[in-house]
Design a protein around this ligand. Structure first.
Ligand SMILES: NC(=O)c1ccc[n+]([C@@H]2O[C@H](COP(=O)([O-])OP(=O)(O)OC[C@H]3O[C@@H](n4cnc5c(N)ncnc54)[C@H](OP(=O)(O)O)[C@@H]3O)[C@@H](O)[C@H]2O)c1
Length: 337
């Protein structure tokens, strides 16, 4: 779709509890002009991620919180449609911080976390999912913190989300036995039939502790945790000696005023386990390896990706709300143009 204005979703109110449509306002601005060294990007796809709610709230710890009226922050895939920078010519497809808008200006400076998409085996939208920050999160965290060894048992929470669905498959490709935890029987079925989970747990229907006793009789070596809270607490009671716990995300706690108080953290000491935080942007030197390795696995059919796509920039707030309702099956993206 050709648009003659730059539509922008801006922060209208800081969310209290769940994110609502009224927390955003859709503004129309002129398409920006570019200076020497800059280029203009037309947004093709935008990503939504749970962390965006944190950006909307004062005191978000990961990046600076947005001010009321700011354009919503987020990554996208865009095409360079005008350029005054010879290193970034017109026609280049990039993934970077475009924001929730039709057009963005950038200069591609080192450190800006903008990358030309080089792989040619998968559609460009994967630059937001399996071959973007989402998949890089799964790859870098699993390899660097999880350090999986053949035959180990890996548990993944939020297992059919963007990060989780790739983590599940990578762990399987690295020779591990994989258990997925997700919020519906349908998600569990997909995890077992399509993504190769050896067993699954529906945390809404089952007692997670009891289910873990059944499906991880030899204990848990790696926990790739996307949700935190009581699920993390239960998994801690099942870890093996020298287990690795990857603290990737805590979506179950993001809506709480108070952080969840872990009761079973003593197991970390007892089991000489390692629990480590992770921030994907710290792993930029590994991104090229992650993209090339996973593109190869996609080409060979070993790695598949789940994408949950909505149509139109106007759907951005809905797309973010879906994550917190668990409605997304795989990486949630929005097709803009
Ligand atoms: N550390 C980093 O650098 C980094 C980078 C990217 C993402 N992350 C984190 O990784 C996690 C996954 O991100 P994503 O982009 O892949 O999102 P996502 O998993 O695609 O979407 C969120 C999923 O979380 C589950 N969920 C929602 N509320 C829940 C609750 N109360 N308890 C348990 N599960 C719940 C839902 O699935 P169910 O139906 O299964 O509940 C939902 O589909 C997030 O916590 C995110 O903040 C961290």
């Amino acid at each position: 779709m050709t648009v003659k204005v730059n539509r922008q979703w801006c922060l209208a109110a800081r969310p209290v509890g769940a994110v609502k449509e009224s927390d955003f306002s859709l503004q129309e601005k002129a398409i920006p002009s570019i200076e020497k060294g800059e280029f203009l990007l037309r947004t093709r796809y935008l990503s939504v991620a749970p962390v965006m709610r944190n950006y909307m709230i004062d005191g978000a710890g990961i990046e600076e919180p947005l001010a009321i009226g700011d354009v919503m922050r987020g990554r996208g895939v865009g095409e360079i449609v005008e350029s005054r920078n010879t290193e970034w010519p017109v026609g280049t497809i990039v993934q970077g911080k475009l924001g929730w808008q039709d057009y963005a200006v950038a200069d591609g400076a080192p450190g800006s976390l903008m990358f030309a998409i080089r792989q040619t085996v998968a559609p460009i939208a994967t630059g937001l999912g399996v071959l973007g920050m989402t998949g890089f999160t799964s790859y870098c965290a699993l390899k660097d913190i999880g350090k999986p060894k053949k035959g180990e048992t890996v548990v993944v929470s939020g297992a059919l989300g963007g990060v989780g669905s790739t983590a599940v498959q990578l762990a399987r490709l690295m020779g591990c036995r994989v258990i997925g935890i997700a919020g519906s029987n349908e998600k569990c079925r997909l995890l077992e039939e399509k993504l190769g989970c050896h067993a699954t747990i529906n945390y809404r229907d089952q007692d997670v502790g009891e289910a873990l006793s059944q499906v991880t009789p030899d204990g848990v070596d790696i926990f790739f945790d996307n949700v935190g809270g009581s699920i993390l607490d239960q998994v801690l009671l099942h870890i093996n000696k020298y287990a690795r716990i990857i603290c990737c995300g805590r979506i179950s706690e993001y809506l709480n005023d108070e952080p969840y108080r872990l009761r079973n953290w003593g197991e970390i000491g007892h089991m000489c386990a390692k629990m480590q935080g992770f921030f994907v942007y710290d792993y930029a030197p590994m991104f090229a390896e992650a993209e090339a390795t996973m593109a190869e696995w996609i080409a060979s059919g070993d790695l598949t990706y789940q994408e949950d796509r909505l149509e139109g920039l106007e759907m951005m707030p809905t797309a973010l709300i879906r994550l917190y309702d668990g409605k997304n099956v795989g990486k949630q993206i929005v097709h803009v143009s």
